[in-house]
Design a protein around this ligand. Structure first.
Ligand code: ZN
Length: 460
């Protein structure tokens, strides 16, 4: 729309007497519109036929839609997401979250490229077993380890802006959460439309002031799905609303003639699964094998987190922990504990390596992996109705979310296999030409998902 409008005014300004030249121009115009609307920029023809191009620097907009389970996009019409997918690169079977598949650990893994054991936000809420301090969405920098993208960007002389993102309010390095470029504190009632419009307003700044890196966070469809479960019709409406916000963004970028220039990465933090009363394991059912005081348990499900308090007179607490784990697993596999087969308890250093969930003193010594959609509760008195949750093993397909990349460095209509979200940090760093901080992603991975820098240089 914006291109044809601009094209029309240029055409009207052309001398009518030079008919052949005007016709030539018209042909050029058709090529330009076709290239922009159908063939997303992939060759240097774009430069000569794209008078609307505005940005002369790479810009990345990283968007998270919380709890957007892979497959939600098929619940309803999502024309705007479809547009990004058809003209961009998509993880064909979704983006793999890190374990535990919770909001804060995952958003901060996306931002740092680190597994939770290394970035320190090991759950949404937890008690540090060493210091006894409690983390509850705390903003003190000491909790937030690693180097998030907004810090890398600022440390290397570029500009960042955050429209909500877990951890973005925390001052780190050159990042101070600057007023006007860092919306804080998080406010769930701040309308999604205004979040989009705040991002769009940055594109009205002189180019040198446009942030090179921006985050945009939507706390839906997660919120609704926790309350009603992932299959409720209200989730379908929430998905449609998110797509509408993407549409609002695309239209705003098109109006400013930068849609083709901005790298839009649309992803989620985790998926969602239904919990129901019938899928519960009760601690009290283990009493014949082992007694577990309630104050040893920091979290019940989707991750069982236990920090037994053996007392000062116990000489080898590690041995006692191992003994406790063995007794719990004996009970759970006895066939006498309801749903017992759906809980496996580990010393944290014995957890499957693929979870990367042991190398932190913040992780309690005993971790239980609860089966997909299962709950672990103290006793039978506190049962509830069905609802939705996440946090389970990142191997479960229900925990997967989406990844869509759109912009000059992303191939058009490309599908890539699923990958872990710790790769996203390097992708953004590569697009922005930044030296990445040490992280758990692979620097080679960016080659499988991005066009080589040289090809982009032609486009630019
Ligand atoms: Zn959630």
């Amino acid at each position: 729309m914006a291109n044809s409008k601009l094209g029309r005014s240029s055409f009207l300004g052309y001398p009518l007497s030079k008919l052949s030249l005007a016709l030539l121009f018209l042909v050029g115009l058709v090529v330009a519109v076709t290239a922009d609307d159908l063939n997303f920029p992939s060759s240097n023809t774009r430069k000569s036929h794209h008078p609307s191009k505005k940005l002369n620097k790479p810009v990345v907009l990283l968007i998270s839609t919380d709890g957007f389970r892979f497959g939600y996009q098929f619940k309803t019409e999502t024309p705007n997401m479809d547009l990004l997918i058809s003209r961009g690169t998509e993880a064909k079977t979704g983006l793999i979250p890190v374990f535990p598949t919770m909001t804060f650990p995952n958003h901060y893994s996306i931002a740092t490229g680190l597994y939770p054991a290394y970035h320190g936000i090991i759950m949404n809420k937890f008690t540090d077993p060493v210091t006894g301090e409690y983390f509850n969405l705390n903003l003190s920098p000491k909790w937030w380890l690693g180097e998030p993208l907004w810090e890398t960007v600022m440390n290397q002389g570029l500009k960042a802006a955050t429209m909500f993102w877990p951890g973005s309010e925390v001052p780190k390095g050159s990042w101070t959460c600057p007023k006007g470029f860092c919306k804080a504190p998080f406010n769930a009632s701040f309308p999604l439309e205004e979040r989009v419009d705040t991002i769009l307003s940055y594109f009205d700044l002189p180019e040198s002031d446009i942030p090179d890196f921006m985050t945009l966070y939507f706390d839906e469809p997660d919120k609704q799905a926790h309350q009603y479960g992932p299959d409720d019709p209200r989730i379908t409406l929430a998905v449609a609303k998110i797509d509408k916000m993407i549409g609002r963004l695309i239209q705003g970028l098109k109006k400013r003639k930068v849609f083709g220039d901005v790298h839009v990465i649309l992803l989620g933090d985790h998926g969602m699964v239904t919990n129901c009363d019938k899928k519960v394991i009760y601690i009290d059912d283990l009493a014949d094998w082992v007694k577990i005081p309630a104050d040893w348990i920091q979290a019940y499900f989707p991750v069982l987190a236990m920090n037994p308090r053996w007392g000062k007179d116990v000489e080898n607490p590690g041995e006692k922990n191992a003994d406790l784990v063995a007794k719990m697993n004996e009970a759970l596999s006895s066939g006498k504990v309801e749903n017992g087969e759906f809980l496996q308890v580990y010393l944290k250093e014995k957890l499957p390596e693929r979870l990367h969930y042991s190398e932190s003193t913040r992780i309690p010594p005993i971790i239980g992996m609860v089966g997909e959609g299962l709950m672990f509760k103290q006793n039978r008195t506190n049962a509830q109705e069905c609802f939705g949750n996440h946090g389970y093993d990142n191997m479960f397909f229900s925990m997967r979310t989406i990844f869509i990349g759109h912009g000059p460095r992303f191939r058009k209509g490309k599908k890539v296999p699923s990958f872990e979200n710790v790769q996203v940090y390097n992708i953004v760093a590569e697009i922005l030409g930044l030296q990445p901080a040490p992280n758990n992603g692979s620097s080679l991975f960016t080659r499988s998902i991005l066009l080589p820098f040289g090809e982009t240089a032609q486009v630019e």
